[in-house]
Design a protein around this ligand. Sequence first.
Ligand code: CTP
Ligand SMILES: C[C@](O)(CO)[C@H](O)COP(=O)(O)O
Length: 243
Amino acid sequence: MTSSSVVAVIPAAGIGSRMQADRPKQYLTLQGKTILEHTVEILLNHHAIDYLVIAISPHDTYFPSLAIANNPKVKVVEGGNERADSVLNAVNTLPENTWALVHDAARPCVSTHDITQLLTVMDNEQVAGGILASRVRDTMKRGADSQAANANFPTVLHTESRENLWHALTPQLFPTTLLKNALYDGLAAGASITDEASAIEYSGHKVALIDSDPANIKITHPGDLPLADFYLHQRQKAQSECE
Ligand SMILES: Nc1ccn([C@@H]2O[C@H](COP(=O)(O)OP(=O)(O)OP(=O)(O)O)[C@@H](O)[C@H]2O)c(=O)n1
Ligand SMILES: C[C@](O)(CO)[C@H](O)COP(=O)(O)O
């Protein structure tokens, strides 16, 4: 296993508009802790991660009151307008000879096992890096929106093949310098960069897909909260049974 240093980058500067809550969703509480604290703790407790850089909004009034704000292994940078901007601001602070493990603050249910599986890409010269992913299980439809369909609802254009179709999750793990340059170039070219792999693909490099637990959901809409709460409760139960 390579001895390169791994730094976790946590984009946590979003406003959570789709959650329609009274605060940014990363500060909603599940199992007695904020979603951000759950996410930070799973990364802080991973033996291979040296420290964390969290991108938070310049308007964030919640972070300073959390205990993690005083953790010496937690650094903070200012987030940007889009997720990719927040990630680039954080990656710009990392030393060149490191790997950046980028993980959404909104994904508190990721497992230590899956993070460890992802780290194996560091020793694989066939790929630039890798991402946690889960195979699509449903039939996938390409739709036309209601205006185009001249109906009261979107309608089906056609069924997409779901063969080799994956949900991209996070963490996503790449050499810091490669990721920094890929993000900068992709954003400068106006490419659609919705995850780190998009930028790496745009720069022409190969990305490994690490099949992982679909319980690693991104908390986005109100309906995601009870499901994430269930997964976190199951994880805590499993941990207490091991102690
Ligand atoms: N300018 C931004 C936008 C998003 N994020 C972070 O990127 C992750 C995934 O983004 P998303 O789920 O879209 O979060 P929000 O942008 O907050 O949600 P919404 O799109 O509903 O506003 C989240 O942890 C979010 O805090 C960020 O750091 N900086
Ligand atoms: C990075 C990501 O979580 C991978 O699925 C996703 O692209 C984030 O998208 P969002 O619109 O910023 O939530």
